[in-house]
Design a protein around this ligand. Structure first.
Ligand code: BYC
Ligand code: FE
Ligand code: FE
Length: 471
């Protein structure tokens, strides 16, 4: 099909109709995106009507439209939040200068890299989740999975829009490669590790949307502070969609934990698995796994990249403009526990070099709040169990703790000790096999799998029993 009607096919607020060059680039890319969606998007259900939210504008209140649509007909649009008149760079070495509306030459490569890394995670997550529809615990959850998937697709569009608009032929090549890499592929994997991990059961899915999408929140928020205005505005609007992804993960884990507590009480031996549920210790192991992989997404504790991003005004701290009064981050330090010959030694690091750790701290605080709520929900069922986040040093694959071993409390231990406890602390082959055995789909409206509690309310004012997916 030629001659795409952009105003109706690609809803946008970037005056796409007025830019022939950009139109042509997207015109070439769109069919390849759709092909990728067919090949790597959700397995099955492509011809089914799904109750989806579509972004139809960037207005604070009126941006979401709910309707039953087929996923390939989802209107992947391009929305930037409104332009702030006279916006200035708020931090780093260029503080006070007008925000850039075009890419500054000296930061072209760096910016492209950041945008590509961000863009790469979006299709990666869709690939990781592609089989989950086959084992959905309810139509409500099936719909939420697909909602997250189409919006990650839209986030890919958001980054491709920036690559096509501002980075010329290099940007077009990168946009192409975003459709070529594959999650978990030995030869052309996705860029960041967490996005190459399998996510084949719903406990992993909820951990992923809780912990990885929350990394999205913090990374997008730090890019929403960017001196490169089109990136800042793009990320601001993406954050409005991200909230639902984290809601899916947060409430999904709460519902699994609550059900685990109920079944623990109901079984005479306190064994939730005997009743076909998931036991609390297993859930804790999955939390340990995904939390540690997602901490890696912030990069190394000590990073010259991070210092450069901040100094250049490309990537700020969380709520940089609102929350801080000092925006150069010069002449300051952050104390880190550095592993030195098997022991941890406190060392001061220049604050700019510790920006990844500063952002990770805020992320951890956010996670701690959720975990506290989950523990209360479990205890309200009459089970004495506390959900805990492992120490940030535990099981790390990036940064200064890589190669050292720590227990859940962050104490340095030997590799032998770690191996001895591994299956107690992280999902075992047995856990994965057990989960695979209980992941049976429940597609009847109003019904739900035994291992998870129903949600407290439905989507957009609908009941839980609403026909969210017409099968
Ligand atoms: N895995 O100084 P370092 C989301 C690389 S999630 C593999 O430690 P830096 C979403 C790093 O690239 C948000 N490699 O780190 C969620 C560098 O490579 P080069 C995604 C890693 O650069 C759910 C080297 O190690 N957005 O949106 O300060 C569903 C040393 O780098 C990893 C972003 O990440 C890793 N975990 O910071 C859907 C924002 N960590 O240059 C979507 C853009 C580091 O030596 N990205 N490396 O080849 C960035 O701002 C930064 O690249 C990072 C790393 C924060 C990721
Ligand atoms: Fe996303
Ligand atoms: Fe997301």
């Amino acid at each position: 099909m030629t001659g795409i009607d952009y105003q109706s096919k690609i809803p946008n607020n970037v005056e796409l109709g007025a830019d022939r060059r950009l139109q042509r680039a997207l015109e070439q890319w769109q069919p390849r995106f759709l092909q990728w969606w067919q090949d790597m998007g959700p397995d099955g259900f492509q011809q089914k009507d799904i109750y989806l939210r579509t972004a139809i504008s960037a207005d604070k209140d009126g941006w979401a439209h709910f309707d039953h649509v087929r996923m390939p007909d989802y209107r992947w649009g391009i929305f930037l939040s409104e332009r702030e008149p006279d916006r200035r760079i708020a931090f780093g070495d260029h503080i006070g200068e007008p925000a850039w509306q075009e890419v500054p030459g000296e930061f072209r490569t760096t910016l492209r890299r950041i945008i590509v890394t961000q863009g790469d995670t979006e299709p990666a997550s869709v690939e990781q989740q592609r089989l989950l529809g086959l084992t959905a615990p309810s139509l409500y959850d099936l719909r939420n999975l697909f909602q997250v998937n189409v919006e990650e697709g839209r986030h890919l569009w958001a980054m491709v829009y920036l690559l096509h608009s501002y980075f010329g032929s290099e940007g077009r090549d990168e946009a192409e490669e975003l459709l070529q890499r594959r999650s978990g592929d030995a030869d052309k994997p996705r860029i960041l590790d967490a996005f190459n991990q399998p996510c084949n059961d719903w406990l992993s899915f909820f951990c992923f949307t809780m912990f990885a999408d929350r990394d999205g929140k913090f990374q997008l928020a730090s890019l929403a502070e960017s001196g490169f205005d089109p990136l800042a505005r793009t990320c601001r609007f993406m954050l409005t969609e991200e909230a639902h992804h984290m809601f899916v993960g947060d409430t999904g884990l709460e519902r699994i934990l609550r059900r685990a507590a109920q079944l623990t009480k109901a079984d005479p031996n306190g064994n939730a698995r005997a009743l076909g549920g998931i036991d609390l210790a297993t859930i804790q192991r999955f939390i340990n796994f995904w939390f540690s992989y997602c901490l890696d997404l912030f990069g190394s504790e000590v990073s010259t990249n991070a210092a450069d991003f901040f100094g250049a005004g490309l990537k700020g701290r969380f709520n940089e403009e609102k929350r801080y009064t000092e925006h150069t981050a010069l002449g300051q330090t952050k104390t880190l526990a550095m592993p030195r010959g098997g022991v941890l030694v406190p060392e001061d690091v220049p604050l700019r070099n510790a920006m990844n750790e500063v952002l990770r701290d805020d992320y951890v605080d956010d996670c701690v709040n959720a975990v506290r709520r989950w523990s209360k929900a479990v205890q309200a069922e009459g089970v004495d169990f506390e959900v805990k986040l492992p120490a940030t040093r535990f099981h790390r694959r990036q940064g200064i703790y890589t190669g050292s071993h720590f227990d859940l409390d962050g104490n340095a231990i030997s590799e032998e000790e770690f191996d001895y406890h591994r299956d107690e602390w992280l999902p075992s082959a047995g856990d994965l096999a057990y989960l695979a055995s209980i992941m049976q789909p429940v597609y009847e409206p109003g019904k739900i799998a035994n291992w998870i509690a129903p949600p407290r309310r439905g989507i957009n004012g609908q009941d839980f029993s609403y026909e969210y997916v017409r099968l």
